[in-house]
Design a protein around this ligand. Sequence first.
Ligand code: PEP
Length: 301
Amino acid sequence: MRKGLSNTRTEQFFTQSRRTIYNNKYNSKRSATNNNKNKSFYVNAAKASSGKFVVGGNWKCNGSIESIEKLCATLNSGKITADVEIICAPPMVYIDRVQSKLKPPYQVAAQNCWVGKGGAFTGEVSAEMLKDANIPWVILGHSERRSLCGETNEFVGLKTKYALDTGVKVVACIGESLAQREAGNTLKVCFAQLQAIADCVSEKDWDNIIIAYEPVWAIGTGKVATPEQAQDVHAGVRKWMSENVSAVVASKVRIQYGGSVNAGNCDELAQKPDIDGFLVGGASLDGDAFVKICNSAAHSK
Ligand code: PEP
């Protein structure tokens, strides 16, 4: 964790959290070992997810009341013809408004929340507040928060656990930088990010986590990963999940691809067997494009 985030209270919180996490892990590992004895024979270690295709729109720090109301109107009037789960993440100050405007199947998410119980943490929003406001999802570990706000793998793991324990489901982002890819470290980086989450959560918690694989070099750059590049990493992540969490979780967990997804490239990406959805930034601000991306679920295999 970065120095700026480190103070006595936060450190006390971490020590406490680590102790609880260790105890939970010990107990859940014991029951996972027993469960796996029965389950692993019929679950293929690396097969595509059995869950519904899921598309997220990360609106980031964009918009105004006027533009957001227009976007909601376009989304509501667009035809969602595919079987798809959709989660829009507006800026915090507009979530309530967006939640009251958007009709099903749209759900909402926050773009972040605090690592623990609320209190004297200026500028933060707690998972309890999200739960209280009926916000079912939160995006955690986005690369912008990792690189601009100093969020470490461990911090993202703790946040994930806290949100889940509070009853808020998590879209957990992972992904490598261009330098890391060029050094051949893509999977190593993604696995370390996943490990930090796996260290904090129980096997059951994975039912409420979506993994978003977002190569940093593809975010907001217009440089999309090729379907093959994305598929390779998704398959690697699923294999890692099978070997390090459980074959059952690996077969169920949904892995979104994020990074310059748009109305033109979504259909081809959606066909890849381990791509179970998208997390969309820029193109989610264009209602018609976003509806098209959601409907690409019809191409999913
Ligand atoms: C994102 O920020 O999560 C993202 C994928 O952005 P974009 O689609 O603009 O690359």
